[in-house]
Write a protein that binds this ligand. Sequence first.
Ligand code: ADP
Ligand code: MG
Length: 509
Amino acid sequence: MGKVGLGLAVGCAVASCAIAAVMVGRRVRSRRRWWWVVRVFDEFEEAASTPVGRLRQVVDAMAVEMHAGLASEGGSKLKMLLTFVDNLPDGSENGIFYALHVGGTNFRLLRIQLGGQRAILGHDVERKPIPQHLMTSTSEELFDFIALSLKEFVERKGNNLQISQVRGRDLGLTFSFPVKQMSVSSGTLIKWTKGFSIEDMVGKDIVECLQKALSRRGLDMTVAALVNDSVGTLALGHFYDKDTVAAVVIGTGTNACYLERADAVIKCQGLLTTSGGMVINMEWGNFWSSHLPRTSYDIDLDAESQNPNDQGFEKMISGMYLGDIVRRVILRMSLESDIFGPVSSKLLARFVLSTPSMAAMHEDDSPNLSEVAKILEETLDIHDVPLKVRKLVVKICDVVTRRAARLAAAGIVGILKKIGRDGTGGITSGRIKSGKSGKMRRTVVAVDGGLYTSYTMFREYLNAAVAEILGEEIAPYVILKVMEDGSGIGAAMLAASNSAQSVDTVQVL
Ligand code: ADP
Ligand code: MG
């Protein structure tokens, strides 16, 4: 070998060593990045974990806060609002009733025909998205849109009924935002949630606003019941099954209500109801406890939200937020590694990943996770990620959904504890009693909301967690029943039982 040949061979060896070194370096770096991302995931999973012991602490905190909210106005983050609903439908209701449901992504119009003996003879529902601009416009514009939609609905669905023939018809209004109720058919808006923000509406009587809009459109109908969506769900649950004592809605937002003894409503002395009970609207989305497993992603989500320091429980549980928590975890991983390729600008946009899209990734059962790849591409502009990264995305979705479902389950058991239906000693004077109680009674909780009804993994995690917290002895007594569209139908039923013909049964002495 000549000098030139030797030089060439040495040069080649040096070059290939350098290339090899670069490749090994890259692999090591990429392994380090993967290792780093796994660490970020593990930290998140740990911070969001919900072992049954922690869930039981949440159960107790919920029961204690409920008591505090009933003891005094402002005594808890739980508002524990009086609904003035004391008699729930029992299946004997008869006639045609309408209801409107305002409170989230979709606005709903309903018409039901009741035939007594727990029979619903006819049931029409129409969903309409509320145009985005109306969510932040004026109350007049929003209610004009609602009144016009109702008028068109009555004309379409009324079996050729003329508008004049619906004169005097009773209407149920489900309004799923916090409302301070003055009677079963009047109440003022306390605050907006779920992306709505119409300043002039806060403090106004919702029924008055709707009633005025109805007259502007020439519709002679009377709002006989103003209820929260959870109260509507409880009403429908009770219509079918008289052991229904509570209702939970988990959709865009989340809320719960339950049947309380009137004498337990300490903040309203002298509350007299015919039944001795009253439905309490908990506004549980605002529940807070130091036992809730809060992560840095929750803190950021809250800080950047329209309502910081508000609706803390809702922000961990409901459909409005779950997709965004997942996005935030992916964003951090993308910023701190290259496993998702260059940082996608779409990933920076709040709420770009909706909860249904997140659920579709979570429930992707194709062997190569093609749905995950598709959603990452189409929604987040993230392309060509390897299978192990797609699997990691599924795990992130799982952590977020599992936590949400299990916390909602703890909330439900908290309600049962407050009313002595969880098989333990319950709660007296704001203190948790330990030990077992006497006989357990069959107890039904009505559940509605898209997250529970349409997201199978969420529903299964929630059901399993309720059983896990209660234990195998008590769990068989507690039944969760889906009441799809319960909020609207139930409101129409409450319009039936609270129509002008019926007497006022609630008095505050
Ligand atoms: P709203 O709460 O707006 O009155 P719904 O009770 O129908 O209406 O709930 C709708 C919400 O439920 C959506 O915003 C979404 O977050 C969630 N959702 C609906 N379908 C699914 C699904 N298939 N998977 C996951 N979440 C869903
Ligand atoms: Mg709803």
